[in-house]
Design a protein around this ligand. Structure first.
Ligand code: HEM
Length: 509
């Protein structure tokens, strides 16, 4: 009797799940959107797109096969048409971030603390963003250049000491970027470069958090029962107090640094870092929790991203000799005519057109974020690519897909050719810039963009000024893996010191 009741219950459950799937699959409006059959019924299809860490390629293939608007999940639509960027992401757009982002909010003092990046609430977002708008402006970021210079000197020294053998430059670039972000955020260089390794598993922790977002992010409701569950997290922390939480370390550092700032003498204005600026805002202090929030955000968002872009610049230059020589020529000529300081300033770097084109082109071919940037269609619905999408549909564009659009970037969109940014007319250039999603777009675009552009513009000329780089790996290509951030590894290069006598001004090793 008990067996037959259980069987009936299971059968009922299976039937109702099936019926619900069929109903969702043939939902009005969405049923006319092309896409793989499996995607209509289950989120497993979306999981398959990110499973192997090659989401950028998978999403490109899906669009190549099904067109500009593709149904990639029961309630998920991926769009590749650049003309829809403004509608979905433009300033004033009512398309809000989806539940995917809730996975990126760290747990702080027993509750989720949504960051500028992870929050879905427009009012809360506006408040957080306004607290730091001036701090992240380019005019202010330029005051932070000294922290990048200090790290460049350490990097150059470390490379000088390792010139004899090929070196995997990929982790070095993350150690560099992490040390810069520590310096300019609160004047504490972590010392990744001196250690030549991870510290307190901070980079490892970020990778764990990424993997979580990669897989659980495809079924974000599960998050409420996993790392997003107050009960589960509270219990875990009570039962296993030493259980490492990948992001805890960053909030602990933020707190330590606020205490250090508040308990040391700094009234002489000697501290100009981001924490000092947040503590000295004219309308009274930013609340403690929000300062922790901003600082944590810098640590989480500020190293992987810049490192990925630096790697992309170096890799594509090494693989494209004509571009390498053109950039080297521009940098050498500028140094020879006294237009560049030993530690190139950001201002000087903006006057190197080929360098700026190289950075844009590298970020076009390999943007730091390789996942779809998900938004919800507002309640009233919207028309995208000529199709009506009901309110609540999860809609997204993926930078690596859009960046290969031939109508915008030309028939050779798949090649690395910095010249495309230099030889085009003003109207087209603006269009190319508008279609670059490397830093996102609109009100939710990257608030740390200026920090990264400052770092990259300064670092690349200093590196090429000091070293000749050569690909030294037996493998012709790097390895990449996308779990939201599109990270690269296996970048074995040989560095040869150039014009030894000319490196005056750089600290000796
Ligand atoms: C080359 C380096 C970087 C790249 C490629 C990058 C990429 C991005 C992208 C694509 C977004 C938009 C995400 C979306 O729409 O879903 C974003 C947002 C954001 N990024 Fe970056 N980022 C970089 C550096 C940084 C740095 C250095 C920081 C902080 C110091 C930072 C902090 C943020 C924040 C706070 C947001 C959320 C902004 C908002 O919603 O208002 N990023 N970034």
């Amino acid at each position: 009797m008990a067996h037959s009741t259980a069987a009936v219950l299971i059968l009922g459950l299976v039937c109702s799940t099936l019926l619900m799937s069929i109903r969702t699959a043939y939902r009005k409006h969405l049923r006319s959107i092309p896409g793989p059959c499996l995607a209509r019924f289950t989120g497993v299809y979306r999981l398959s797109l990110v499973w192997k860490g090659d989401a950028p390629e998978q999403y490109r293939n899906v669009h190549a096969k099904h067109g500009k608007i593709v149904r990639v999940g029961p309630n998920h639509v991926s769009v590749s048409d650049p003309s829809e960027i403004q509608t979905i992401y433009g300033v004033g757009s009512k398309f809000l971030k989806t539940e995917f982002y809730t996975l990126m909010g760290p747990f702080y003092k027993g509750d989720v603390m949504h960051t500028t990046f992870s929050t879905r609430d427009p009012a809360y977002h506006r408040n957080l963003r306004s607290q730091v708008a001036a701090v992240y402006s380019m005019s202010n970021v330029r005051k932070l250049e000294c922290y990048a210079d200090e790290c460049s000197a350490i990097f150059i020294d470390a490379m000088k000491a390792r010139c004899a053998d090929p070196i995997d430059i990929a982790p070095w670039l993350q150690w560099y970027a992490f040390d810069v972000i520590g310096g300019l955020t609160f004047q504490r260089r972590f010392g990744f470069m001196e250690k030549a390794g991870d510290i307190d598993n901070m980079i490892g922790g970020l990778d764990v958090a990424q993997s979580y977002a990669q897989f659980v992010g495809q079924f974000p409701k599960l998050h409420d029962y996993l790392f997003g569950s107050r009960v589960l997290m509270g219990t875990l922390k009570r039962v296993f107090p030493n259980l490492p939480d990948p992001l805890d370390r960053f909030m602990a550092i933020a707190e330590e640094e606020i205490v250090r700032y508040n308990t040391t003498v700094h009234q002489d204005g000697s501290r100009g870092d981001i924490l000092a600026q947040l503590q000295a805002t004219k309308d009274g202090q930013v609340p403690f929790r929000d300062v922790v929030n901003h600082i944590t955000n810098n640590l989480i968002a500020g190293s992987d991203t810049t490192a990925i872009s630096l790697r992309a610049c170096i890799y594509y230059l090494l693989k494209t000799p004509h571009a390498y020589h053109a950039l080297q020529g521009e940098i050498d000529a500028a140094f020879a005519s006294g237009r560049l300081s030993e530690f190139v300033t950001y201002e000087e770097s903006t006057k190197l057109p080929y360098l700026q084109a190289t950075i844009k082109e590298a970020m076009r071919l390999h943007p730091g974020v390789g996942f779809p940037l998900e938004r919800h269609v507002p309640p009233e619905g919207a028309v995208l690519c000529g199709k009506y999408l009901p309110g609540g549909t999860n809609v997204s564009m993926t930078a690596p897909v859009v960046h290969h659009d031939r109508t915008i970037f030309g028939d050779d969109a798949e090649s690395f050719r910095p010249e495309r940014w230099l030889e085009t007319d003003e109207v087209r250039l603006k269009q190319m810039d508008r279609c670059s999603l490397a830093f996102g777009h609109g009100a939710r675009s990257c608030s740390g963009k200026n920090i990264s552009l400052m770092e990259m513009g300064k670092f690349i000329p200093v590196l090429l000024r000091n070293f000749e780089l050569e690909w030294a790996s037996e493998k012709p290509e790097w390895t990449t893996y996308c779990a939201w951030f599109w990270k690269q590894s296996d970048m074995l290069v040989r560095l040869k010191l150039r014009r030894q006598g000319d490196t005056k001004g750089l600290p000796e090793s």
